[in-house]
Write a protein that binds this ligand. Structure first.
Ligand code: SF4
Length: 361
């Protein structure tokens, strides 16, 4: 790799940014480290168009880090609802409290201190350091690695440790130290709008003349990925046990998925099973007791997570006595909407289970 090629890359990327970059981002040019942090954490979870509403809600409800730190955790989780990866929301709250209580509400202003914060990795630390304080730390994510791997013709796997180290070193070599914030924004935008995963706009790309992948007709082969994710299937049967107008609900606290979200009584099965067969199982009988009425059995719902697919079915029953459950509490139907639920259960509420949340049965 020669330095001429590297200089060409940085120069033309900045030229493209000045002449052609029309990507609008509501937080573009934002200097407040708290808001940059919020936008980056939200964008790790979802696309820009969907993330915008979350970002606006967070900023409106908690305009400062002190306000976020002082907020009731349930309210913050409710605002996060739908974004997934609830451990990230937990870290968000913990870090806000740490900054408010230990640093007098002032966000750290060096890369190393930002990186020490809970839930903040190298990517977010670089984004905050460069956008808020104009420090020369290059952001390196999938977008950035794709542009670099194609332009320089690098076939080291982007999801390997070796690849990550290599691309990080290269990105930090390429960053324009006079305008790090501008450079970082430019490479992120270029990856998102020109050097896209599918159908990149090579014919009009300002980097094309020196792009190795374009010259060698390897654009579709780069970047290279090492491991493909093996998805696991799980089958969840939720028993909506109704008792005197309320439902038995618990908060998930374990290290498994959906931490801090709520759910009905759950029977998990290792494979798909007919709900009628499930209702003859000992586990179901223990919950339903001798006297119960089956009100409805839902269709199948599905939620796709990064490493697993959750299949869900809802069996609504009316029970004559309280099931013997350790960690569930009886919640009135009208209060259900105040709790945060996973997307799978919310899909049920939005369709077949609508009546549960709007009326006291
Ligand atoms: Fe990406 Fe194509 Fe531009 Fe090369 S020419 S940097 S592959 S958009």
């Amino acid at each position: 790799m020669n330095s001429k090629k590297e200089a060409y890359f940085t120069r033309h990327l900045l030229q493209w940014n000045e002449r052609e970059n029309e990507r609008q981002m509501p937080w573009k040019g934002e200097k407040d480290p708290y808001k940059i942090w919020l936008s980056e954490i939200i964008l790790q979870q979802t696309r820009v168009d969907q993330g915008l509403a979350y970002y606006n809600r967070f900023v409106k409800n908690y305009p400062t880090i002190k306000k976020l730190a002082a907020a009731p955790e349930t309210a913050v989780f409710k605002l996060w609802e739908g974004l997934g990866y609830y451990s990230r929301c937990k870290n968000l709250i913990a870090t806000a409290k740490f900054i408010a209580n230990n640093l007098n509400g002032k966000f750290p202003d060096t890369y190393d201190d930002i990186l020490k914060l809970k839930g903040i990795g190298p990517y977010t630390a670089s984004a905050i350091a460069s956008f808020a304080y104009n420090l020369p730390y290059a952001v390196v994510d999938g977008n950035v690695m794709r542009v670099l791997s194609r332009y320089f013709g690098i076939s080291t796997a982007i999801d390997s440790t070796e690849g990550k180290n290599y691309f990080t070193a290269l990105a930090n070599k390429l960053i324009d130290k006079k305008v790090p914030a501008l450079y970082n924004q430019a490479i992120m935008d270029h990856g998102a709008t020109v050097c896209k995963p599918q159908l990149p706009l090579c014919t009009t790309c300002l980097l094309q003349k020196q792009c190795v992948a374009f010259k060698n007709d390897e654009v579709r082969q780069l970047p290279v990925k090492e491991g493909k994710l093996i998805k696991k299937n799980r089958w969840f049967y939720f028993i909506i046990a109704e008792y005197k107008g309320g439902f038995f609900i618990r908060k998930r606290t374990g290290k498994d998925i959906w931490q801090n979200l709520h759910e009905f009584i759950l029977i998990e099965n290792e494979k798909a099973i007919d709900p009628v067969t499930l209702m003859s199982s000992e586990a179901f009988k223990k919950i339903a007791g001798k006297k119960h009425t089956v009100i409805s059995i839902s269709k199948n719902y599905k939620q796709q997570l990064t490493h697993q697919t959750i299949h869900g079915c809802f069996i609504h029953i009316r029970v004559g006595q309280k099931p013997l459950l350790k960690d569930h509490e009886l919640v009135e139907g009208s209060k259900l909407k105040q709790l945060a639920f996973p997307a799978l259960i919310n899909s049920y509420f939005a369709t077949e289970g609508r009546a549960l949340t709007v009326q006291n049965l």
